[in-house]
Design a protein around this ligand. Structure first.
Ligand SMILES: [Zn+2]
Length: 261
């Protein structure tokens, strides 16, 4: 009986121990799973951090290259500009050079890969300016110069003259006649000045009420040297309290320079 009791206790203890071992094994296993998961999460965080750092480094590298490219490009443009100015000076001051150096006869293009801007080709001016997506082709040097908004007249403003033109009861409206005589005065004035740079073949003013074309004056000289002389002397000078803006023109037809009727 005593022996039986002892065996029963022994079995009970063994069972208890086995249960404990089983629980311990489960706990161990759970710990390993948790640990593996934690490690995986940690690795994921590290991987993301590394990727972000890599992306940042790549971005900075691209920005650095862009800055370098910009500096290179502006240095190149400045060198080209200096070379162009030098050529222009040489051409201006050396009468033995009959024709302009070939690289002054280049055409500058805003979007060489695009089709030409019809408006710019026709009038040498486009209301969209630099924002235009079509190609603006502008000669670096030509026999014709364009002086934007050179002729300024209230008849071209497309609105009624201001009351200061009226006197007393008598309402003086500007007439075609006034425009004509004011234009003649402007013309004589301008031609006298512009002839100082060379012989003028053509002098055309755009009579157009569209603001971006209004009063543009095209002056054609017999040769590029005269046009260049006019350009360098007039650019930035003031006329009738307005700063002159002179550029070279490759206008095909005079009629085309006028928009509409
Ligand atoms: Zn355009």
């Amino acid at each position: 009986m005593e022996e039986f009791q002892r065996l029963a206790e022994e079995r009970e203890r063994q069972e208890a121990e086995e249960t404990w071992l089983q629980r311990e094994a489960i706990a161990q296993r759970q710990f390993q799973i948790d640990e593996a998961k934690r490690r995986q999460e940690q690795e994921e965080v590290e991987r993301l951090q590394w990727e972000q750092a890599k992306e940042r480094a790549e971005r900075e590298e691209i920005q650095r290259k862009q800055r370098e490219e910009e500096i290179r490009r502006s240095a190149k443009a400045a060198a080209e500009f200096d070379a162009m100015m030098e050529s222009m000076n040489e051409y201006l001051n050396n009468p033995r050079l009959e024709n302009p150096p070939s690289h002054l006869l280049r055409v500058m293009e805003t979007h060489p890969e695009e089709r030409p801007c019809e408006f710019f080709s026709r009038t040498n001016f486009c209301r969209y300016g630099h924002a235009c997506t079509f190609n603006h082709r502008r000669p670096m040097l030509a026999r014709i110069i364009l002086i934007r908004h050179f002729f300024n007249h209230s008849m071209l403003q497309g609105r009624q003259p201001h009351t200061e033109y009226s006197s007393g009861e008598e309402h003086l409206e500007l007439t075609e006649q006034d425009l004509r005589s004011d234009y003649d005065e402007f013309f004589n004035d301008a031609v006298e000045e512009l002839e100082k740079f060379g012989t003028i073949v053509n002098f055309r003013t755009v009579r157009n009420t569209l603001e971006h074309l209004r009063g543009h004056v095209f002056v054609e000289y017999t040769n590029e040297r005269s046009a260049l002389r006019a350009f360098t002397n007039l650019q930035g000078r003031y006329y009738a309290s307005k700063r002159l803006n002179v550029e070279f023109s490759n206008l095909k037809t005079w009629r085309g320079a006028v928009c509409g009727t």
